[in-house]
Design a protein around this ligand. Structure first.
Ligand SMILES: O=C(O)c1cc(=O)[nH]c(=O)n1[C@@H]1O[C@H](COP(=O)(O)O)[C@@H](O)[C@H]1O
Length: 242
């Protein structure tokens, strides 16, 4: 593993802007000013601040991952993908549990509105949420076998659908890359610096461990956003990666 530059390391980090309104997210952006991370907008912030906030991030030059985890009938996901594509985001996700046709429909929705020559957003699929433990998978969701096998099954389906990659935990990166190829992107939440509270995350690794597994992007929220000093928290994580 060649050492990363600070800029390259920052580009591999997706900061989860999980905030109830734009002002709090903007305050964090101010604190992180100048550090070229990817920014992830999830349900909480998007439902509150919507497309305008996404447009603002793009105007400021950030790469944006819109994390709405679309899971619906193919026609609805196709329409949702078209609307998301018009926002100009760099990546968005669907749930692989929606099946092959739904995932193919997401790509059709992108193609339906993408201007000629425009860069397509990366379309990735959530496999098994990083909060899902083996017990939850087997006893609540009702999928037998290991979480790794369940993740791999959905990753292979996403690959078959033509998607660009998957969301999974750092623990599954190597088996996903072995099965789907190194170019198949892995976006991995479940990142916790050593000693940090796992919270509701079940399948976790440290930033350095995740990088050593070969993940393309690591999604990090509360270790940064819940810190008394988010900038220092992020800088410490970057130091761990270079
Ligand atoms: O799609 C996601 O981003 C996602 C998928 C997943 O399996 N697990 C997961 O935690 N996420 C998101 O990644 C972020 C993790 O946040 P922290 O646990 O605070 O670091 C949150 O915004 C989650 O919604």
């Amino acid at each position: 593993m060649d050492n990363l530059t600070r800029e390259a390391a920052a580009g591999r980090i997706m900061v989860a802007l999980d905030y109830p309104e734009a002002a709090a997210a903007e305050a964090l952006l101010g604190a992180l000013q100048g550090i070229p991370c990817y920014m992830k907008v999830g349900m909480q912030l998007f439902y509150a601040a919507g497309p305008a906030f996404v447009a603002g991030l793009k105007e400021q030059g950030y790469n944006v991952f819109l994390d709405l985890k679309m899971h619906d009938i193919p026609n609805t996901v196709k329409g949702g993908a078209s609307s998301i594509t018009k926002l100009g985001v760099d990546m968005f996700n669907v749930h692989a549990a929606g099946g092959l046709r739904m995932m193919e429909s997401a790509l059709e929705g992108v193609e339906a509105v993408l201007p000629a020559g425009a860069k397509r957003p990366a379309v990735i699929a959530v496999t098994q949420l990083t909060s899902t433990s083996q017990a939850v998978l087997n006893e609540e969701i009702g999928i037998s076998g290991s979480t790794e096998a369940a993740v791999l099954r959905y990753a292979a389906l996403a690959k078959q659908a033509g998607l660009d990659g998957v969301v999974a935990s750092p623990q599954e990166v190597q088996v996903i890359k072995a099965a789907c190829g190194s170019a198949f992107q892995t976006v991995t939440p479940g990142i916790r610096p050593a000693g940090a509270d796992a919270g509701d995350q079940s399948r976790i690794m440290t930033p350095r461990q995740a990088l050593m597994q070969g993940t393309d992007y690591m999604v990090i929220g509360r270790p940064i956003t819940a810190s008394a000093d988010p900038r220092s928290a992020l800088e410490s994580i970057i130091e761990e990666l270079i």
